[in-house]
Design a binder for this molecule. Sequence first.
Ligand SMILES: Cc1cc2nc3c(=O)[nH]c(=O)nc-3n(C[C@H](O)[C@H](O)[C@H](O)COP(=O)(O)O)c2cc1C
Length: 305
Amino acid sequence: MPSDMVSLKTDVGSLRLERPGMVASGIMDETGPSMVRMIENGAGAVVTKSVGLQPNSGHANPCFMEVTGGYVNAMGLPNPGIDLFAEEMEVAVPAGPIVGSVYGSTPDDFSVLAARMEDYGASAVELNLSCPHAKGYGMEVGTDPAMVSAIVSAVKSAVSIPVWAKLTPNTHILPQIGRAVQDAGGDAVVAINTLKAMVISPEFARPVLSNRFGGLSGAAVKPVGVRAVYDLASVLDIPLIGVGGISDWRDAAEYIMAGASAFQVGSAIGTVGIDVFQGINEGLATFMEDYGYGSISSMVGVAHE
Ligand SMILES: Cc1cc2nc3c(=O)[nH]c(=O)nc-3n(C[C@H](O)[C@H](O)[C@H](O)COP(=O)(O)O)c2cc1C
């Protein structure tokens, strides 16, 4: 067992987390009780399912499939809408830090949603500027630096909690988009959302998912995510949060050494189980003790040196 000399506490700007791993948006975070369960099982925070202004039933089945090294999904952002989500937040917020993820298509949509999340007790708001399979939302607004800047500035004026922007790897101008977030006053950047992907059935001679396109997640995307965080860390001063393919302490350590102050886990909650965070926390603490890292902050970005 690691000694008390090692601390897993980390600060994402002004937000202190007791443990560095958070539940990524979209997995085990649509209901209050599931969010509480994840905090009880070692997550340092939970990012909610992305919530919009209106209820949304998402895309028709099939919308999720397993592929080598991960999953391709096109859920289409199913959620109950911001009004009904109040009930889930009421249950979840007393358990630990809850980050409200929101999606919209205009700066005004995002501002209204973020202000509601703040009213519900969210510790921070995460702007989904990156979903690859929702028309008019997500990646479609998050690959234009001017739009990203307008959204982040509008939300900054609407709330006093930290504002995080979750970015897509499906662009060749990721550093410029990161800079747009920082220049508009964003408090942190989260990278990455899923990679735009497709699976075709040879028998049916057509794409398998009803939406045709989806997003790839899981182990296969980790090197892309680590590279994205490394690139962002080279140009930004605000904190980074790494996500994509993390299932054990080694994966988490890679993201931290690339420059992330904290990380998120999505797909591995399904593959490893809800105790995935306990395994990561223990493994990370043992590694830190063995290699002389007393704190998460002493590991952040060391791969750049
Ligand atoms: C089923 C599923 C639903 C998701 N829903 C959302 C979502 O609502 N909002 C969002 O920002 N990201 C969403 N994501 C993306 C994840 O939060 C994460 O960025 C991505 O899956 C990469 O991490 P992972 O490899 O650990 O899953 C979803 C991913 C999956 C697999």
